[in-house]
Write a protein that binds this ligand. Structure first.
Ligand SMILES: [Zn+2]
Length: 714
């Protein structure tokens, strides 16, 4: 029976770039979608940017742009990165849409009407300077347990204790540096206890049906031990999000409207016209309780709680269907360790794509992905070897060794029939690979690849045993040769059909060569006979170690390039050791791993005033600021430097300012006597100073109004 399935990936946060950690998830779900479609099912595949929250509000403020402009810019980057990794969403939206607002309100009103909402006053830390309540990650202070300095409001990174931000010693706001005060405010809650019995039943039922991994269910059971507390779903202004209906100044916590965003994106797809084959009515058919359609989420193991407790509770409480499956994967490590900016293993999607083919990584990740929560290691050496050995050596090689003879001796045509024994050989291979359909559904891509490679080895052994290059010299063996080539190329086609969900672009080239368009896995059951193929062209090239090295170098560079032009950064750190206007992302963000590192404590070495005097620091007025074509790190500045004339400076802060045009007219501080440096894009005449730990966490220094261009900074 064909099934109808809505598939989603966790929503990337619209405050940072897509990196290889995200790619794991989007590739995992994309492979699943392609495989389920090839198995004959109807699949709708949607995602969106998670666009709300304090981090986005503060970042937009820092850049002097509206949050809408910020998330619009990031959306463009995200969609391009995912598309170029072959991730083919039917619709990629944003949570900041009218559709999402309306759907969030609809669910909220239903929750209210069904009595699942309560309100009560909450005491929280408040930034008196910035006039805002502070999320836990925006408060730092001394750990009440081990007394380490500069720890976040919810947990200590040194001793691992978790606590309430009110317990921090000498707390300060990372937004303004001010000492927070306690303030009371009315908050709204969803009464999760109402759903305890329901959720327990749902978890067990989903586990039995294969919709939840046993590890996930076991983890969730711990949360039930003390009973489910009500979930605080409101935040006070200022906040970038949806205002709660009838409650001016109160906003939905981003984790309320983020998962609703899955459905809102799907609603937009349904209402977006006939291309999807869906209509507005399909959305209601899909979300009603008891719908016979399926809803499948792919997520990382850091956001299990939101997807398996809050989200199903919200849906059920609003009278809607619940998820069919929540598929959880582990985190990506590189060479056995956490992705690291200093080692160059924190690789952005775009940096990878600048150096390597998307299908290489899709293939390698698939070969590592199973149905468990285990972390996935990108071992760079194994990556190179496996792609070269499997895709080039075992797969493409079959076609490249046989195609020429078909064109030279048989007019480009495959034999019209196969002798029974040869046909049986094909049938056996086809039957063996049919098991891949179930492996794909179980997300055991690693096992599917093992099976595919087993058959590829059989095919290569067959070609080697019959040595068509030897047979071709013997005119009496023409018919036999034609059979050998026909079976070999059908082996190749069979393998390609089963590999297609994993390496779609590469498979498309192979099908173009075979002049074939197999629509589903069923096409693999019958060999292509009496069929004309196209001339062979290279389908996949070997990974060169230098490309992998260049990617790692470029990823290192993006750190080193942060402040300005390539030298390790002598960044002025706020002298009080605080993060200044540093905006740490809230810990709720889907997939966000870019928590800025702590400001480095000031060095104990001292310099003389003469050392300092060597620096010619000046105020510059930004005349022009723009992105640099061909660089994903640099912004090009033209500064009015007063008596020094105009200066062109390249600065590696693109990740921190998505709308560079907006910087025109403001003051910056730069080093005027740094030796000019010739770069690929032009000469850089100085270095602009910024504060922060790198990436999006960089803040240009400013001078108060009245400072003239060229004014010395002392
Ligand atoms: Zn501690």
């Amino acid at each position: 029976m064909p099934r109808e399935i809505l598939v989603t990936s966790a929503l990337p946060y619209a405050n940072g770039r897509i990196h290889l950690g995200h790619v794991v998830e989007h590739v995992q779900s994309d492979i699943w979608v392609r495989a389920m479609r090839m198995a004959g099912n109807t699949v709708h595949y949607v995602c969106a940017d998670d666009a709300h929250g304090t981090s986005i509000m503060l970042r937009a403020e820092k850049e002097g742009i509206t949050p809408e402009t910020l998330i619009g810019n990031v959306w463009k980057e995200h969609t391009a990165d995912l598309r170029d990794f072959g991730v083919a969403y039917d619709h990629y939206s944003s949570t900041h849409t009218d559709a999402n607002r309306k759907l969030t309100y609809r669910i909220w009103r239903a929750l209210e009407q069904n009595g699942h909402v309560e309100s009560k006053p909450v005491k929280q830390l408040f930034d008196p300077e910035r006039q805002m309540f502070l999320p836990d990650r925006f408060i730092k202070g001394e750990c009440p347990v081990c007394h380490s300095k500069d720890q976040y409001g919810d947990a200590c990174e040194v001793c691992g204790s978790t606590y309430n931000p009110i317990d921090l010693i000498n707390p300060y706001s990372v937004v303004s540096g001010a000492k927070p005060v306690e303030k009371q405010s009315l908050h709204f809650f969803v009464k999760l206890a109402d759903f305890e019995g329901l959720l327990k039943t749902w978890l067990e039922e989903r586990r039995a049906a294969g919709g939840l991994q046993a590890e996930v269910v076991n983890k969730l059971k711990e949360w039930f031990a003390d009973g489910l507390r009500s979930w605080d779903v409101s935040r006070d202004a200022p906040y970038f999000g949806f205002e709660i209906p009838g409650q001016p100044g109160k906003y939905f916590y981003v984790w309320v409207d983020a998962p609703v965003g899955y459905l809102a994106a799907f609603k937009e797809l349904c209402e977006g016209g006939s291309k999807s084959g869906l209509a507005a009515a399909d959305f209601e058919r899909f979300i009603r309780a008891g719908s016979d359609t399926e809803m499948v989420h792919f997520i990382g193991k850091d956001i299990i709680y939101f997807h398996t407790l809050f989200w199903p509770a919200m849906l059920h409480g609003a009278g809607l269907r619940m998820p069919t499956a929540v598929n959880v994967h582990g985190f990506l490590t590189v060479d056995g360790a956490k992705m690291s900016k200093s080692r160059g293993t924190f690789v952005n999607a775009r940096t990878y794509l600048d150096h390597l083919d998307a299908d290489y990584l899709r293939y390698y990740l698939a070969s590592m992905l199973g149905p468990t929560l285990a972390d996935i290691d990108l071992d760079l050496k194994a990556f190179e070897e496996r792609v070269n050995s499997h895709l080039v050596g075992k797969w493409a090689n079959i076609a490249s060794r046989c195609a020429g003879f078909v064109h030279k001796l048989f007019d480009g045509k495959l034999a019209a029939t196969l002798p029974e024994t040869v046909h049986a050989r094909y049938d056996a291979a086809a039957a063996k690979l049919e098991a891949c359909a179930a492996l794909y559904e179980l997300r055991d891509y690693a096992a599917a690849i093992r099976l595919i490679i087993e058959v590829a080895d059989e095919a290569n052994a067959y070609v080697a045993d019959h040595a068509p290059w030897v047979m071709a010299r013997d005119e009496s063996k023409r018919d036999e040769l034609h059979i050998v080539l026909t079976l070999a190329l059908n082996y190749f086609r069979l393998l390609t059909i089963w590999l297609a969900p994993i390496v779609p672009a590469t498979a498309a080239r192979a099908f173009a060569f075979m002049d074939d368009t197999p629509a589903d896995f069923e096409a693999a059951l019958r060999p292509l006979l009496g069929h004309a193929i196209k001339p062979f062209q290279t389908l996949v090239t070997r990974i060169e170690p230098k490309n992998v090295e260049a990617m790692i170098e470029a990823s290192k560079e993006s750190l080193a390039m942060n402040p300005t032009q390539g030298s390790p950064s002598p960044l002025p750190s706020p002298t009080n050791g605080r993060a200044g206007k540093n905006a740490a992302p809230e810990s709720h963000t889907m997939n966000d791993t870019s928590v800025p590192s702590k400001p480095s404590s000031s060095s104990s070495e001292t310099i003389s005033i003469d050392d300092f005097a060597k620096l010619d620091l000046r105020v510059g007025k930004v005349l022009v600021c723009e992105a640099v074509d061909g660089s994903d790190k640099l912004l090009r500045f033209e500064l009015d430097a007063g008596e020094l004339g105009k200066r062109q400076i390249f600065s590696g802060i693109k990740a921190a300012y998505t709308d560079p045009g907006k910087l025109a007219g403001r003051n910056v501080v730069f080093i005027a006597n740094l030796a000019p440096r010739k770069m690929r894009f032009g000469v850089s005449e100085g270095m602009i100073l910024s504060a922060g730990s790198g990436g999006a966490d960089l803040f240009l220094l400013d001078a108060d109004d009245g400072a003239l261009p060229g004014a010395p900074v002392k």
